[in-house]
Design a protein around this ligand. Structure first.
Ligand SMILES: Nc1ncnc2c1ncn2[C@@H]1O[C@H](COP(=O)(O)OP(=O)(O)OP(=O)(O)O)[C@@H](O)[C@H]1O
Length: 250
């Protein structure tokens, strides 16, 4: 479980996150949604410690991440898997080497063991017989799967995904969303996904935080969205005619 309490974060005197609190439970897909510039990425980066917050607490299973010494923070960081926008694979490494990378960096396992783990993770994301290919030789959807395999290589307790569907066609995007949801449940991870993809919101939005202008404006599940009378949320979700039509039919 990850708990954010009263997070405030500013840059150059401008407050970006205004007293944001949220609890993210394990075994479910937690989504952060909001329009461009609302503060989603700043929030995600604050949670993982890439930004120091001005005030507030971030707890990883009751461990106070904001105040712990660096050596303890490093340990918590090693329990995090991250899936960045655009996959962020190393172009000069093969698929297998990409997945092995965190194992090479952070474990003392023998090469055979690391290879076995990499292969297990690749198999888990339904990728086989592509170990020796380079990222440029596989499709965008396959690259995303490699990135997921790499993110779970160290068996993380926490998984962070920043816009995991960016650049993917809608069908592939659904496959990736479902994969993220499946592994979240399978490994009981606390997963947080930053997205403005409405298909993801409706498809895997078990717990959703809506951020508007740096504040948490709404919280609920994908089912709750259709019943909400929160104006800002409705303006955001039903900006497209397609989703307005769905709502009108309910
Ligand atoms: N390192 C930084 N220094 C100064 N301002 C920043 C920094 N990072 C983000 N901001 C500002 O914080 C605000 C929120 O940005 P953020 O990237 O969190 O938005 P977002 O909701 O993730 O948007 P998008 O969906 O477009 O990625 C923006 O006004 C941005 O310019």
């Amino acid at each position: 479980m990850i708990e954010a309490r009263n997070i405030i974060k500013s840059f150059d005197g401008k407050t970006i996150l205004k007293d944001v609190s949220a609890v993210f439970k394990p075994g479910q897909t937690n989504l952060i949604i909001g329009q461009s510039g609302s503060g989603k990425t700043v929030f995600l980066k604050s949670l993982v410690g890439l930004h120091e917050v001005d005030s507030g607490d971030i707890l990883y299973d009751d461990r106070d991440f904001t105040r712990m010494p660096d050596k303890d923070r490093i340990k918590v960081r090693q329990e995090m898997g991250m899936l960045f926008q655009g996959s962020a694979l190393f172009d000069s490494l093969t698929v297998e080497e990409n997945v092995r990378f965190p194992l090479d960096m952070f474990t003392k396992q023998k090469l055979d063991e690391r290879r076995e783990r990499a292969n297990f993770c690749l198999k888990r994301v339904n990728l086989e017989n592509v170990n020796h290919l380079y990222p440029s030789e596989i499709s965008g959807g396959m690259q995303k799967r490699v990135a997921i395999a790499r993110a779970i290589a160290l068996n993380p307790r926490y998984l962070f995904c920043d816009e995991p569907n960016s650049g993917l066609d809608p069908k592939t995007a659904i496959v990736i969303d479902e994969l993220i949801q499946e592994i979240t449940k399978e490994y009981n991870m606390t997963t947080i996904v930053n997205t403005h993809d409405m298909n993801s919101v409706l498809g895997i939005g078990e717990h959703i935080i809506f951020i508007f202008n740096g504040e948490k404006y709404w919280e609920g599940s994908s089912q709750d969205i259709f019943q909400s009378d929160n104006k800002e949320l409705n303006d955001f979700i039903f900006a497209s005619k397609f989703f307005r039509k769905i709502k009108d039919k309910l």
